[in-house]
Design a protein around this ligand. Structure first.
Ligand code: NAP
Length: 293
């Protein structure tokens, strides 16, 4: 069994990004600038945004954090987004999800300029990705593909089961694994109404679990020699932790790991790669690599 080290891989990629940024600055080009909008004070979101700001520093990017109160109206948030769309210094920005319940998330996403949508959640980017056209790819699926590539894990012709069908993880992940120039796999997507989920998993060469159900994938669902990617990060109470909680994956790691050829841990697997992909997308935005205007 090989443990896929997302933390180490992400650190190496951030160094590569930093080296490129240093070269660009030396050549008189602008420092890439990522902005993040955080509405309210959700503990998880605060932590994610903080990690993104730290990653920007590591990559030599400029970062701005825009904090809005929990009771910010949808119109106020949309105005803030329009401001970022029109700010020539901002190369890319993210709106940290989830948003407070009184705000229509999809309406907010639709207003983001797709050329600055480094999270890859705007319908233009999601649609272009489905068609295999150049676009900003959603950060978590891109991070997983990068891990598979860096560990040279064969995916072409393999049977891949994606658990979960959310717009930010499950669906784009399945699309990427399906595409010829990425996974080139035979893909099955399972969700909460899938009657044959366990059987699909047992037949899979690669399982990508993104459902947010701690320890859902058990040893009896995994075949010998499978590759298991655990996206799940659910906060579960833990009296031994300083914070009072720990992050738990969707995979029952201790019993599944011995059967796997490769497996990602939680934490330290997919999580660091998600942030690193956001940095890659921001650099691509600064370089106008995908959209030239
Ligand atoms: P989500 O929007 O809540 O979607 C969950 C998906 O899982 C849904 O499609 C749901 O099915 C399916 N599901 C839920 N319970 C199930 C069950 N018992 N059996 C089969 N399918 C089930 O979640 P998400 O945003 O995709 O995130 C999934 C997990 O990944 C969460 O733990 C999240 O924290 C984590 N995550 C981690 C990262 C990272 O960087 N590490 C990034 C993003 C998300 P239905 O569609 O039928 O409801």
């Amino acid at each position: 069994m090989t443990l896929i080290d997302g933390k180490m891989t992400a650190a190496a990629i951030k160094e590569e990004i930093k080296a490129e940024v240093d070269q660009r600055i030396a050549a008189g080009q602008k420092r890439p600038h990522l902005a993040a909008v955080l509405v309210g004070h959700d503990g998880g979101s605060e932590a994610y945004v903080k990690n993104k700001v730290i990653a920007c520093e590591k990559c030599g990017f400029k970062s701005s954090l825009i904090r809005l109160d929990e009771d910010t109206t949808e119109e106020q948030l949309l105005d803030c987004i329009r401001g970022l769309n029109n700010d020539p210094d901002v190369d890319g920005f993210i709106v940290q999800l989830p948003l407070p319940k009184h705000i229509d998330e999809q309406r907010v996403i639709n207003v983001i300029d797709y050329r600055k949508d480094v999270d890859g959640i705007h319908p233009v980017n999601a649609g272009r990705m489905a068609l295999g056209l150049p676009c900003f790819i959603s950060a978590t699926p891109l991070g997983i593909i990068t891990l598979l590539q860096r560990y040279q894990i064969p995916t072409s012709g393999k049977k891949c089961v994606v658990l979960g069908r959310s717009n930010i993880v499950g669906k784009p992940m399945a699309q990427l694994m399906l595409q010829k120039n990425y996974g080139d796999s035979t893909v099955t997507v399972c969700h909460s109404h899938s009657a044959t989920l366990k059987d699909e998993c047992r037949a899979a060469d690669i399982i990508i679990a993104a459902i947010g159900r701690p320890d859902f994938v058990t040893a009896d669902m995994v075949k010998e020699g499978a590759v298991v990617i655990d996206v799940g990060t659910t906060r579960v109470p833990d009296a031994n932790s300083k914070t009072g909680f720990r992050l738990n994956g969707d995979v029952k790691f201790n019993e599944v790991a011995p059967k796997c050829e490769y497996i990602t841990p939680v934490p330290g697997g997919v999580g660091p790669m998600t942030i690193c992909s956001l940095m890659k997308n921001t650099l691509a935005a600064a370089k106008k690599e995908i959209y030239s205007n």
